[in-house]
Design a protein around this ligand. Structure first.
Ligand code: FEO
Length: 393
C-alpha cells in the first residue's frame, strides 16, 4: 500500500475503486480511481482527496509518507464528493491545514460539509509557495462544476487537472505508457463524452490556458497520469471540444415485437451500402454511456422506437433525455419506428432530438409488422440519410 512516488517527493496517494460500476449513471466497467497527490517540500501539500467510503485507506496511505497532522495545505480543485469526501477528516486530523479553493468552491464546500475549514479563496494566477516549488491556480469553471480548477507546478512542469483529462480506468499502473493505449484513449473519450460534453466549447478555452504551460505530466484526478502521450490527448481534447466528426452513423433503437428492429436492420444495410461506417445498438442491451462515447465523433444518429401507449418506449425516452442534457451539436438525426392504430413515438423522439440540438431530417415509419416493401423503403431511407451525412463531412 506504499504510495507511488510519481516525481521526487510527489506521491500518488489516491484510491483505486475496482468495483464501482455506476458513476452517477455513467456505467464504468473498468472501475473508477480517485487520485490525490501529496507534495512534500518545506511545506506539505495535498491536492484533492477521495470519495468518503475510502477515507480510512486513504489516510493510511498518506501516513506512510508524512504524519497527517503535518499537512500544511490542501488544494481543493473540485468539491464534487468523489474528490472532497475525505476533506472533513483531513480538517480534523490536520487542524492547522489551510484549504485553497475558488470562491464558488468555498460556497459549495460549506453547503456540503459545513463551515469547518480554514479557507483561502484563490483566483486565476494566484500562487502558493511550498518551498522549492510553487503552485499556480488555474480555475476551469464548468470542467466539471462551476468551482473546478487545475493547479500547476512550474518547477515540475506538472498540471494537476482534476476532472479534465480523466478516465474511469482502474489499473495498478499509474502512467499512460504502462497501459493498453487503445483502452486508455477509449476511456478518455468515453469520459469526455459523458462528463465534459455539455461544456465542450469551454474545453478549448481551457486548452488555450494549458497550451502555454511547459508540461511533463498531466495528473488528473481519475485514471492514469499522462506523461508520454500529452500531445495526443491534447489533440483529442481539441477535436472533441470543437465537435470534430466523421461520417459514422449510429442507429439506436428499442423494439416491442421485432418490427422496429427489422426496420433498424434494413436502415443499417442501406446506410452501409452508401459507404458510411454504421454502428447499431439496441437500447435495452446497450448502455447509454457507451453509445455516447461513440456519438461524440459520429456524424449522425437515427433513433427508433415503436409507438407504445401513444408515445415512445421508455428506453428511448431515457436515452434521449440523457442526450438532451449532454447537448451534442452539429449532428444530423432522424426518428424511425413502427406503429399500429395510431402513432406518437416519432413525434416524441423528434421533439427530444431537437431539444438535444440535433439537426432533424424527415424520419421513417412503418405500420404494424413491416412487410418486404417496408424494409426496402427503410433500406432506401438509410441509403439516402447516409449520403446526406457524407455530404456534410
Ligand atoms: Fe470527478 Fe466532477 O468529479
Amino acid at each position: 500500500m506504499k504510495p507511488t512516488e510519481i516525481a521526487p517527493n510527489i506521491y500518488d496517494v489516491g484510491i483505486i475503486d475496482w468495483n464501482t460500476r455506476d458513476f452517477h449513471g455513467y456505467v464504468t466497467p473498468r472501475g473508477v480511481t480517485y487520485n490525490s497527490y501529496l507534495l512534500v517540500d518545506e511545506k506539505i501539500c495535498l491536492i484533492d482527496t477521495v470519495k468518503e467510503p475510502f477515507t480510512e485507506e486513504y489516510l493510511l496511505k498518506i501516513s506512510k509518507v508524512v504524519p497527517l497532522a503535518a499537512i500544511d495545505y490542501v488544494i481543493v480543485n473540485h468539491v464534487e464528493p468523489d474528490h472532497s469526501g475525505a476533506l472533513p477528516k483531513i480538517a480534523e486530523l490536520a487542524p492547522d491545514a489551510v484549504f485553497y479553493i475558488t470562491q464558488q468552491g468555498k460556497a459549495e464546500a460549506i453547503q456540503h460539509y459545513g463551515d469547518r475549514f480554514n479557507f483561502v479563496v484563490v483566483k486565476e494566477g494566484d500562487r502558493l509557495s511550498l518551498g522549492k516549488r510553487e503552485l499556480c491556480f488555474l480555475p476551469l469553471p464548468m470542467l466539471h462544476w462551476p468551482d473546478s480548477m487545475a493547479t500547476y507546478c512550474r518547477e515540475e512542469q506538472m498540471l494537476f487537472s482534476n476532472d479534465a483529462f480523466g478516465q474511469h480506468y482502474c489499473t495498478s499502473k499509474r502512467f499512460d505508457d504502462e497501459v493498453d493505449e487503445a483502452i486508455l484513449f477509449y476511456e478518455a473519450q468515453k469520459y469526455f463524452a459523458n462528463i465534459l460534453y455539455p461544456y465542450a466549447r469551454l474545453v478549448n478555452k481551457a486548452l488555450q490556458k494549458v497550451a502555454s504551460l511547459p508540461l511533463k505530466m498531466i495528473a488528473p484526478s481519475h485514471g492514469v497520469i499522462w506523461r508520454s502521450k500529452i500531445d495526443s490527448i491534447a489533440k483529442k481534447y481539441e477535436a472533441w471540444g470543437k465537435g470534430a466528426k466523421n461520417d459514422t452513423l449510429l442507429i439506436v433503437y428499442e423494439s416491442m415485437w421485432g418490427g422496429t428492429e427489422k426496420i433498424a436492420r434494413a436502415i443499417a444495410f442501406g446506410a452501409a451500402a452508401a459507404g458510411v461506417p454504421v454502428k447499431v445498438f439496441r437500447l435495452n442491451s446497450s448502455d447509454a454511456s457507451e453509445i455516447v462515447a461513440e456519438l461524440i465523433t459520429a456524424g449522425g444518429l437515427l433513433c427508433g422506437s415503436p409507438t407504445l401507449n401513444s408515445g415512445m418506449m421508455p428506453a428511448a425516452a431515457g436515452f434521449l433525455t440523457y442526450l438532451k442534457g449532454l447537448r451534442p451539436t452539429g449532428k444530423l438525426a432522424a426518428a424511425f419506428g413502427t406503429y399500429g392504430w395510431n402513432g406518437g413515438a416519432q413525434k416524441d423522439m423528434e421533439e427530444l432530438l431537437g431539444k438535444a440540438g440535433f439537426e432533424l431530417e424527415q424520419g421513417f415509419n412503418a405500420k404494424w409488422k413491416p412487410r418486404q416493401e417496408d424494409c426496402s423503403q427503410a433500406e432506401q431511407f438509410g441509403y439516402e440519410f447516409a449520403l446526406k451525412l457524407k455530404e456534410r463531412i
